[in-house]
Write a new protein. Structure first.
Length: 446
């Protein structure tokens, strides 16, 4: 049975119960695009650490490294999306699925990709004071679809598929007090293009370099208590508990209790701040010298405490005029690594009609993080400006450029030819990649 089967069953029950009431006001939503892209680094190629097997038999191998060849290509891409929207008196249902195909001109056999995603959003007002919501997102992508996910990946291109289900409710007790409860289930499967066995000594015997995470499953419980002072201000207390199992690996847990405040300057412009301590109980490998019985009886000995803070400024004038700036600092355990990742990041998005038919948009991202066990510092910068021209309400053309810069530094004893040695083994001290993409496309919407 699938890891997400229980949550899928719950969603099915909710929709079956709601089916008699969903009988009218259905709206078909369809769109698609054709795109041509030049990509100067299709694999997000980075320098690969030396082969420890070869080094064990020939120490002179430390003076050499294997550099994968950087490949460029022209990519023809087509996307088709189909969905339905229903809005009734007490409920809203949105279902949408997308299929995308990428055909590579030079590397047709090796790199032709297909990706799919699907989303379900359902909300139902049980009464004037209680609302239920169910959100399900499925993704299958040949590489990260957003900068926040690409940040922290130090081994080149990563493909993945996953499913995230959120079930929750919002309950208004008085005009000044409300609270939200949510349960989240997430499953991810990761596939790297790098041959990991060429860079890691057999994990079961030496444990010098961390094995990659093939998959992970996460369960989380969230609650938020809100106190509304007036129409412009409300404060809140929140708590999130996260349980995550990595394969290979083990169970990690995180507790995040905190407080925040939101200020609505206008109906479209608001600022929000969140602050909390984070209590992490990371997975410890018994082969690394940790006593399992001790970790069970005295888990606080491996407790890691850090600060979580987030500040955001958002202006949502309408669907095509949006600006946001978000800063986040936290220490977390990611779904593709068992290591603790202490990081901060800042992201901004901007969309604006310059003229009646001309739309300017841009996204910018910068993040810096440190993997504590691996002793790796990762810095990532992303920039994506674009210009779109609307021929009519259904058809538009777009030109955009995307820049990605990923840089990694490994701490340790400096050796010759740019290598370091630490408790995880031998590795390249400095590595990374730069990637440029230039695209032109046309989009149709119904």
């Amino acid at each position: 049975m699938s890891k997400s089967a229980p949550a899928l069953i719950i969603i099915a029950i909710v929709l079956i119960m709601a089916a008699p009431r969903i009988c009218s006001a259905w709206e078909l939503v369809a769109n698609g695009y054709l795109r041509e892209t030049f990509d100067d680094n299709i694999n997000a190629t980075v320098e690969v650490p030396i082969n420890p097997y070869l080094f064990a038999s020939n120490p002179a191998m430390i003076f050499f490294t294997r550099q994968e060849r950087i490949l460029w290509d022209f990519i023809s891409e087509v996307m088709a999306s189909l969905g339905v929207h229903h809005e009734g008196k007490t409920q809203v249902l949105d279902i949408q699925g997308r299929f995308r195909s990428q055909v590579y001109g030079k590397n047709f056999k090796e790199m032709t990709n297909y990706s799919e995603d699907a989303a379900l959003f359902y909300t139902m007002a049980l009464s004037d004071l209680a609302t239920l919501h169910v959100i399900d997102n499925f993704q299958h992508y040949p590489e990260p679809d957003r900068y926040e996910r690409e940040f922290g990946i130090t081994e080149g291109r990563l493909s993945y598929y996953g499913n995230t289900i959120t079930i929750g409710g919002t309950f208004t007790i008085t005009p000044h007090y409300a609270f939200t409860l949510e349960y989240v289930n997430q499953y991810f499967k990761n596939e790297y293009r790098v041959n990991w066995r060429s860079r890691a000594i057999e994990y079961a015997n030496y444990n010098l370099i961390e094995r990659p995470v093939d998959s992970s499953i996460m369960h989380a419980a969230r609650t938020q208590q809100e106190m509304h002072w007036d129409s412009h201000n409300y404060s809140f207390l929140f708590y999130e508990y996260t349980w995550m199992q990595h394969y290979p690996g083990g169970v990690s847990q995180t507790h995040t209790p905190g407080a925040g405040h939101r200020l609505n300057f206008t109906s479209q412009l608001y600022a929000e701040v969140r602050v909390a301590p984070e209590f992490l109980l990371p997975y410890h490998d018994p082969l690394g010298g940790v006593n399992i019985l001790q970790s069970i009886l005295a888990p606080w000995q491996y407790l890691y405490i850090s600060l979580y803070t987030q500040a955001s400024l958002v202006n949502e004038v309408d669907r095509k005029t949006v600006a946001s700036l978000i800063f986040t600092y936290r220490t977390s355990i990611r779904d593709n690594s068992i290591d603790i990742f202490s990081n901060w990041q800042i992201s901004g998005d901007f969309t604006r009609h310059i003229f009646s038919r001309l739309v300017l948009s841009a996204s910018i991202f910068y993040g810096q993080g440190f993997y504590i066990t691996r002793r790796e510092t990762n810095r990532f910068f992303g920039l994506a400006p674009s210009v779109a021209y609307e021929f009519n309400e259904h058809l538009s053309g777009r030109i955009w450029y995307e820049l990605s810069v990923n840089y990694t530094r490994v701490d340790g004893l400096r050796l010759s030819r740019g290598y370091v040695f630490n408790s995880r083994g031998y590795a390249v001290a400095f590595s990374g990649y730069t990637r440029n993409q230039l695209s032109i496309g046309i989009t149709a919407e119904l």
